[in-house]
Design a protein around this ligand. Structure first.
Ligand SMILES: Nc1ncnc2c1ncn2[C@@H]1O[C@H](COP(=O)(O)OP(=O)(O)OP(=O)(O)O)[C@@H](O)[C@H]1O
Ligand SMILES: [Mg+2]
Length: 502
């Protein structure tokens, strides 16, 4: 084990029940290196991180060495070994403040015996947040922040812990950029470069492959828990990475669009909608149309789904569905009228996290499975298995705990449930966050199918390339108002980017 090695894994494996989900023969992270770890949903990336975090015990025979020294497993004190980790689910306590979250697990700066010096803590928290170039009130409750800000808090906590541990650092980042704008990505990349150039090392997990190729020195590709290849990023093409990940090449990143002739009369009409960060928005959405909505962080697009459902207090304006006033309908009543929202934060709003996969797939449709007062469990499970097939939901079976699914597969469960009910209006909020290239292709294909079958789709996203390839029109918001509308040949990734920054 060379002295240039920051982290070395040998025969690192993890088995859940009958399934071995990770079997890494050999992996090396060098000092000074930023190393990308990529792979399809469920390929074992988070499992690897969770073993290093001491959250999972690896299988017997696994070996881990840090800066040339073999350590005993399972890992009990990840921070003591120098690991700074931002988990895929962030691992924050939503009820606590930013300050309390950042201070968790660090010996509090005490002033006198047993008293926490909150003033010093506050100074320290601010310093770490400033360092990340973001203004967040340290007293704010974490649960009230959006995902991007929460990620910054998790990152600040991680950097704080690394500093307190005084060990050489190994930064492990599990999909930290899913909710980030380009500016925030730049800040994060700056932090990663600084850590790497100090003789430490960074492991960066992401499905955003162009970013991975941009920031990483080398990448390692996992497929079904095994290392397929490790390669220098220089001279490696995006297409090559995708084919390593999938085990086959993907002909196109986006499926072909259905013909424009599918677009029919207006179904959803929104007039002067306002509330939260939205100042005033009006638009009409037609049957079969896919209407994109985007903007930089905090420009209002993320409040839109909640305003449509009357879930933001102080919301104003009028929402009409096929001519009927449906302003302020709650989600259940909206569902009855055929308006379905697929939320961005699946863990908080989209999933019944204690349930099994099939229960989550059939949630809200149990009525379909009752005959003469008896729940036809078999029919329910049969349907769930079909949905799992269509959406390539990777799980050990319909009875798997939904919590045990990989992030991307949880996302597919939420979408599968919504699309099965043939909605009139489908509101998708960041539908492809955290999903791999093939799943994204599958999901978009299903959205196209829904649109061809007459669903009017509101597609809220910050993936500009995806918006340009999926939507018929895109509304760009700025300061809670409409900045511009792009359609036809004017609808390009670059045009969206430009309009967002005006
Ligand atoms: N606690 C658990 N019990 C059973 N199976 C699990 C558990 N945790 C993870 N798995 C399984 O291990 C496999 C790898 O999951 P993991 O979360 O590591 O994937 P991933 O590469 O991080 O995917 P994603 O990109 O979707 O986040 C998946 O098939 C998942 O269902
Ligand atoms: Mg993961």
């Amino acid at each position: 084990m060379g002295s240039d090695t920051a982290l070395e894994l040998k025969g690192l494996a993890k088995t859940f029940g009958p399934r071995q989900v990770l079997a890494v023969d050999h992996f090396v992270l060098n000092r000074g290196e930023i190393h990308g770890l990529v792979g399809a949903n469920g390929s074992g990336k988070s499992t690897l991180v969770k073993i290093l975090a001491g959250y999972f015990d690896p299988d017997p025979g696994s070996e881990v060495a840090i800066f040339g020294k073999r350590i005993s497993l399972p890992i009990h004190d990840p921070r003591g070994h120098g690991f700074g980790i931002v988990h895929q689910d962030l691992g924050l306590v939503p009820e606590l403040s930013v300050l309390e979250n950042i201070s968790v697990g660090v010996n509090y700066g005490t002033a006198g015996i047993g008293r926490i010096s909150w003033r010093r803590e506050m100074g320290s928290a601010r310093r770490f947040l400033d360092h990340l170039g973001i203004t967040i009130d340290p007293k704010a409750t974490v649960g009230s922040l959006d995902r991007g800000a929460q990620t910054v808090v998790a990152l600040a906590r991680c950097l704080r812990q690394l500093e307190a541990a005084e060990a050489a650092s190994l930064l492990l980042l599990d999909e930290p950029t899913v909710a980030f704008d380009r500016d925030e990505v730049e800040v994060l990349f700056g932090v990663m470069r600084r850590i790497a150039s100090g003789g430490n090392a960074v492991l960066f997990i992401s499905h955003r492959l162009p970013e991975v190729l941009e920031i990483c020195d080398r990448i390692t590709v996992l497929r079904d828990g095994k290392v397929v290849t490790t390669a220098e990023t220089e001279g490696t093409s995006l297409e090559a990475v995708v084919s390593w990940i999938l085990g086959q090449s993907l002909e196109t990143f986006f499926p072909p669009r259905p013909p424009v002739s599918r677009i029919g009369p207006v179904v959803l009409r929104v007039t002067d909608l306002a509330g939260a960060r939205v100042r005033s928005i009006s638009f009409a959405l037609s049957q079969g149309e896919i209407l994109g909505v985007t903007g930089l962080e905090g420009m209002g697009q993320d409040d839109l789904p909640y305003l449509l459902l009357g879930l933001r207090s102080g919301g104003r304006g009028r929402v009409e569905l096929a001519g009927e006033d449906v302003t302020g309908l709650d989600p259940a009543a909206a569902l009855k009228k055929g308006l379905i929202t697929v939320p961005s934060d699946r863990a908080k709003e989209g999933l019944w996290t204690e349930g099994q996969v099939f229960e989550n797939l059939t949630l809200g449709r149990l009525g379909d499975y009752f005959r003469s007062g008896v729940l036809r469990k078999q029919a329910e499970q049969g349907d769930a298995i079909r949905s799992m097939d269509t959406f390539r939901v990777k799980a050990s079976g319909p009875r798997a705990a939904v919590n045990s699914l990989s992030g991307g597969n949880q996302q597919k469960v939420v979408l599968a449930r919504a699309l099965r009910s043939a909605p009139r209006v489908l509101v998708l909020h960041n539908p492809t966050v955290g999903v791999d290239a093939r799943s994204r292709h599958d999901i978009i294909e299903l959205v196209f199918q829904a649109a061809s079958n007459g669903a009017a789709v509101l597609y809220i996203s910050r993936e500009y390339e995806e918006l340009a390839n999926v939507c018929d029109r895109v509304l760009v918001l700025n300061g809670g108002q409409l900045e511009g509308v792009l359609s036809g040949s004017a609808l390009t990734e670059n045009a969206i980017l430009k309009l967002c920054h005006t």
